[in-house]
Design a protein around this ligand. Structure first.
Ligand SMILES: [Zn+2]
Ligand SMILES: [Zn+2]
Length: 345
């Protein structure tokens, strides 16, 4: 088959090349024919050498949907021909952490696909613990509708869950990129009424507002964010803050714009340490939660998509064929302001 392989020794680190078809290795495996995949910023982190757990010479990619073409003898939930969405996390379902729902720390899994084992930017992919990691698409959900369920939509939902949102809460979301927008959709679904999108990219803010993901938008290049949040929230501060941007300035913003006793959910990935000025914050009584996504919501999210309660379709900004995936990477690396995600067909 054809696949996009990451290897240190390649001139450009990645190459669209010939790879052996995957086969069933464990009886809980399934082989999926990939119909659509996406490129994630974490794929670029691997290529740039920022992911210590990544193996060399692997097929990249962990965000995909497809059709089951082969199953191991112990796969119970799935059959050949099923249309499925894949979880970005591989998890056994049976260890200490999985039983508590903390699948990101599965003792036998974690971020495996496209990191430690061959991923989905290929014609076929082997999925371990297939009954856990694959969710069947409801009849009325297309592959496009479901593409982001197992990674960025799960991450956004996870962020909103960390904030324990109540009806009519104000929720400030820092970063209106793909995960930020998914957080807003999820917060809305959980009952938030004043959602505030904060970003320096006006196109992203426009999309957030036009699609009713956000009620208010703030561009920190033009406005003082703390002042604007105070105005929107009657001088209280945000009931919850989701930090989905990942910069020193946005980390500071997160605790500053939170009201006392707020939850602050951090889903951003930072490239350096961040500092909490505890003496200054004393008495504000904040709860900070950080997260690599425990993506246990795939079935639930697919149902919400099926019921038209959530839609991530707008995030597909550009489409490429698998054979053009090297161009897709170049595009994604320097993507223009108006690109959220790309889909590889
Ligand atoms: Zn990802
Ligand atoms: Zn486990």
């Amino acid at each position: 088959m054809k696949a996009l392989v990451y290897n240190n020794e390649f001139k450009n680190k990645i190459e669209y090349t010939e790879r052996k078809d995957p086969v069933i290795e464990q009886n809980s495996d399934a082989i999926v024919k990939v119909t659509l995949s996406s490129i994630c910023t974490s794929d670029l982190h691997i290529i740039n050498g920022f992911v210590p757990r990544a193996n060399n010479d692997i097929v990249l990619g962990h965000e995909f949907v497809g059709e089951v073409v082969e199953i191991g003898s112990n796969v119970k939930k799935l059959k050949i021909g099923d249309r499925v969405a894949a979880n970005c996390i591989t998890f056994c379902g049976d260890c200490y952490f999985c039983k508590k729902g903390f699948i990101n720390n599965c003792q036998k899994g974690g971020w495996e696909l496209g990191c430690r084992i061959d991923g989905c930017q290929a014609e076929y992919v082997r999925v371990p613990y297939a009954d856990m990691g694959l969710s069947k698409l409801p009849e009325n959900v297309t592959y496009e509708n479901a593409l982001f369920v197992g990674d960025i939509l799960s991450s956004g939902y996870f962020a909103a869950q960390m904030c324990e949102i109540n009806n009519n809460d104000s929720v400030a979301v820092i970063g209106a990129g793909p995960v930020g927008l998914c957080s807003m959709m999820s917060a809305r679904h959980m009952g938030a009424s004043n959602i505030i999108a904060i970003d320096i990219n006006d196109y992203r803010l426009k999309i957030a507002k036009e699609n009713n993901f956000a009620d208010f938008i703030i561009n920190p290049n033009r406005e003082n964010v703390e002042t604007s949040i105070k105005e929107i929230t009657n001088n209280i501060g945000a009931d919850s803050v989701i930090e989905a941007a990942g910069d020193k300035s946005t980390f500071e913003m997160a605790w500053k714009i939170a009201r006392p006793n707020a939850n602050v959910g951090i889903v951003a990935m930072y490239e350096e340490n961040q500092v909490l000025p505890l003496p200054l914050m004393y008495g504000k009584n904040l709860t900070f939660k950080t997260g690599g996504v425990d993506a246990i919501y795939c079935d639930k999210l697919l149902n919400l998509i099926s019921e038209s309660k959530i839609s991530t379709d707008i995030l597909i900004s550009k489409k490429f064929k698998l054979s053009d995936i090297e161009d897709a990477y170049k595009f994604f690396k320097y993507k223009p302001d108006d690109c959220f995600k790309i889909a590889i067909y």
